[in-house]
Design a protein around this ligand. Structure first.
Ligand code: SF4
Length: 59
């Protein structure tokens, strides 16, 4: 699910996934919005960011 990549951090998000196309130095995310899954998770370990796109991939 590709979402708009902004030219500034999304201030509501801290993310350390530096292999993501939306990652910005300083542990920022530049995605306009993120989608977190799955429904009915029982712990934070069970959740993940479905907006993740590997760095340098063009969609
Ligand atoms: S899209 Fe998800 S994984 Fe990628 S930088 Fe933003 S919060 Fe992190």
């Amino acid at each position: 699910m590709a979402v708009k990549k902004m030219d500034k951090p999304n201030e509501g998000i801290k993310c350390i996934v530096n292999s993501c196309e939306y990652y910005l130095n300083g542990d920022h995310c530049t995605a306009e919005m993120i989608h977190v899954e799955p429904r009915n998770a029982n712990s934070s370990n069970e959740t993940d960011c479905a907006t993740f796109i590997p760095k340098d991939k063009i969609y």
